[in-house]
Design a binder for this molecule. Structure first.
Ligand SMILES: NC(=O)c1ccc[n+]([C@@H]2O[C@H](COP(=O)([O-])OP(=O)(O)OC[C@H]3O[C@@H](n4cnc5c(N)ncnc54)[C@H](OP(=O)(O)O)[C@@H]3O)[C@@H](O)[C@H]2O)c1
Length: 296
């Protein structure tokens, strides 16, 4: 068979070998990331296992929280998980627009529409709110490089400063896998810079989560991401904790971590650790702490 000037029988073996090599390389890469354990697997899995018990004591304290970026994909899942868990007496949902909340979101959730360019004017929202969750973010494709920095750096940092002034004790930030202030990529560099600047604010407790590629429902259409997710579905099936993170796993990990007593001021969770903390992912399968056998 011939295609243009190329004889198929001449190139097929070469193409086949190339595809096989790439498949083997990718398989080895994903397998390596899947079997690599987080250095604190026992701590993380124990925190997940103890979350239900911890939640009872936590609820009685009647704390308040805020979620900035609650209209986004992760923010919405976090809102749902917090609504199910009923941990707070009040949750302030901070965003640039109001959305229809699901019927099962209780009255303790209150939407606060703000102008992020005048964020200082809304300092009162943060008064006496001890727990903060930041799921803000945009993409360079959507907002341009400057717009991306404005949201992913400036708005995030301003929310953290206002939170600290208002009395926030525990700030939770959704960063990204490979965040690095020295990265040559704007996305990972910005996230890395924000992580460093958040540390400098010196919250009593700061939790930085670095999920992999997020999987879950997204209202907004992102064709590039949709294509990537199509190819990542089998990867997520075979290697669930390697490079992908379902959004509910991120939300549950944030909550379980928050419920655990603080043992250090700054916590940095890579993707594997997020899976372990969530208590719903395969991250803890095989860990002794799953059955309580390794509790300290
Ligand atoms: N996508 C991934 O695979 C991936 C992987 C790792 C980490 N992350 C990070 O995880 C975080 C959450 O991701 P996500 O997918 O949930 O994000 P998302 O769906 O894009 O939501 C982002 C949130 O930020 C708000 N926002 C965006 N631009 C804004 C602006 N100009 N002014 C005010 N608010 C603005 C959005 O408000 P509106 O709803 O009003 O637009 C929304 O509430 C982000 O920081 C992202 O970088 C993503």
């Amino acid at each position: 068979m011939q295609f243009l000037w190329i004889k198929c029988e001449d190139v097929l073996p070469g193409v086949g070998l190339g595809v096989l090599t790439v498949a083997l390389f990718l398989g080895a890469f994903f397998f390596y990331h899947e079997v690599q354990d987080s250095p604190e697997v026992e701590r993380n899995c124990r925190m997940a296992a103890e979350a239900t018990n911890n939640s009872e004591e936590f609820k009685m304290k009647g704390h308040s929280a805020f979620i900035v970026g609650y209209t986004g994909a992760v923010g919405k899942v976090l809102t749902k998980e917090l609504a199910k868990a009923k941990l707070f007496k009040k949750v302030l949902l901070i965003g640039r627009r109001e959305i229809d909340l699901d019927d099962d979101i209780g009255n303790e959730f209150e939407q606060k529409v703000v102008d992020f360019e005048k964020f200082d004017d809304y300092a009162d929202i943060f008064k006496d709110v001890k727990y903060g969750f930041c799921c803000l973010g945009t993409t360079r494709a959507k907002s341009g490089a400057q717009g991306f920095i404005r949201v992913d750096h400036d708005y995030v940092m301003k929310s953290a400063e206002l939170a600290k002034t208002g009395g926030c004790k525990h700030y939770n930030f959704v960063s990204t896998q490979a965040a690095d202030k020295n990265s040559s990529f704007l996305y990972t560099k910005t996230k890395g810079q924000v992580e460093e600047e958040l540390k400098a604010i010196q919250f009593e407790r700061l939790s930085l989560l670095r999920p992999g590629v997020l999987l879950g429902e997204r209202e907004e259409s992102r064709p590039g991401e949709a294509v990537a997710k199509f190819f990542l579905k089998p990867v997520a099936y075979l290697f669930p904790t390697a490079i992908t993170t379902p959004m509910d796993v991120v939300a549950k990990a944030m909550i379980n971590n928050m419920l655990a007593p603080v043992d250090r001021p700054v916590e940095l969770y890579e993707n594997k650790a997020i899976h372990q903390l969530s208590g719903v992912s395969k991250g803890c399968s095989g860990s002794k702490s799953q059955d309580g056998g390794d509790k300290k």
